[in-house]
Design a protein around this ligand. Structure first.
Ligand code: HEC
Length: 108
């Protein structure tokens, strides 16, 4: 269903709300968003967060057994001490999915 991908975004540049046909936010960069919102917990493994970084696939394998969709849903909705949206409140669901994919890819 195409309509699902319409969302309102208020651009900070011109302050005019606009309707976009896009899955990711304007200027979205998964690595930057990861560094801004997720790095604090996921680089150190704070509170049992699965660590991100080279050689950390072992942290992710048991989680991925649930399927990537469940793992992404848990990032969006939160799970245990993992806060909803990983505290990235301007991230769309698709943004979060892209960040999760980035985290998994950079842990190989
Ligand atoms: C306050 C610390 C904290 C922040 C910030 C945080 N996380 Fe987490 N995250 C956790 C913890 C703790 C867990 C482990 C939760 C559990 O399984 O008990 C977790 C688990 C996860 C998982 C695995 C979910 C699963 O199904 O096993 C994903 C994916 C994830 N976080 C993504 C993110 C993303 C994306 C961000 C940033 C947008 C983020 N996290 C920010 C603490 C954090």
């Amino acid at each position: 269903m195409l309509l699902r991908f319409f969302f309102f975004s208020a651009s900070t540049a011109d302050q005019k709300p606009s309707i976009e046909l896009a899955q990711l936010s304007d200027g979205f960069n998964a690595e930057q968003k990861y560094m801004a919102s997720c790095f604090a917990c996921h680089s150190t493994g704070a509170a049992g967060a699965p660590k991100v970084g080279e050689g950390m696939a072992v942290e992710w394998e048991p989680r991925l057994e649930k399927g990537i969709d469940t793992v992404v849903a848990n990032a969006i909705n939160g799970i245990n001490t993992m806060p909803a949206k990983g505290l990235c409140f301007d991230c769309t669901d698709d943004d979060l999915k892209a960040i999760v994919e980035y985290m998994i890819e950079s842990s190989q």
